[in-house]
Design a protein around this ligand. Sequence first.
Ligand code: 1CP
Length: 356
Amino acid sequence: MDTPLKNDRLLRALRREPVDATPVWVMRQAGRYLPEYRATRAKAGSFMALAQNPELACEVTLQPLERFDLDAAILFSDILTIPDAMGLGLSFAQGEGPQFARPVRTRADVERLGVPDMETELRYVMDAVRVIRRELAGRVPLIGFSGSPWTLACYMVEGEGSRDFATAKAMCWNDPALAHTLLDTLARSVSAYLIAQAAAGAQALMVFDTWGGLLGPTAFREFSLRYLSQVVAALKANVHTRDVPVILFSKGANAHLVEMVDTGCAALGVDWTIDIGDARRAVHGKVALQGNLDPAVLRASPDVIRREVHRVLDSYGNNPGHVFNLGHGVTPEVDPEHVKVLVDEVHSFSRLLRAT
Ligand code: 1CP
């Protein structure tokens, strides 16, 4: 567990310290675009069987690191493990999104929910963290993660994926007190989950607020940001997490970057709809930024990918605190060779930038 890191670029960049080259990892770097992932998933039988088997979860976590010169590993799991552990009955139909057998709609549904026990109901996640740390043997840091309270509430109330999560939003308008009870239970669960992952060995923590951008400015502050702040405050107050960098990613919420800095997070994820140089100026270099290449660029030719990598690196400039990533997850039809082009170009071009 105490093996020194051979590659600490990610952690240095998150602390806004100098690095020899910009660190890079890719959201959803383990996933369906990799044939070896599809093979392991077939062997496991289902997505949840894969996620609940620590040895197989470790195998797929390491697969992208065998192919690409990545600067971080991310735990192979899912944000929906918490609602599953709360008893909602999660399943993934083949080729389709998540579904809950028992969505949360009424006050009785919300009041039934408790904070899951991390070392029993979610032990498989902590076991996966421990196995991955052992197998990584200090090659790169391991990122743990959770969904944000708001994004988890979206799936729990809706009962499945959605374009607009209109049922979840309706709860916020029709019964805000009920929405707040649910979000508070989720914030306490997310905090306990991230603390347990750090205690098990996660070296950085990311919170995915994938659906934050569905909310207007006032609702974003009330139903998303407030609970992100609650989570970061809980992590700062805990001995396992007070020194572990936290990355907050609210997709589609670029208008709120400055307010998000006030949570006390180490870094903000940014999607591709803002120039990363503008985002850096907006936050006055007070946090690191992670992003923000449009994932659709990976469907273009290697020359276009290199040019777009240069554009993002040039825009951030020779400033501390950049973690290169996509602005959202890599999609299943992407050619893995294109991910290799991206990763190698980030390292070589960022070295060049530092030399000039
Ligand atoms: O068919 C399959 O094999 C399942 C596809 C899949 C994968 C590869 C799912 C189901 N989850 C995952 C892994 C996963 N999910 C990771 C692993 C680590 C890595 O990045 O390599 C992570 C970090 C997540 C996080 C996640 N799950 C988010 C937040 C990030 C994002 O992409 O915005 C969300 C919204 C989910 C929900 C979810 N789980 C799976 C799917 C297909 C979805 C999206 C459902 C929808 O469309 O709403």
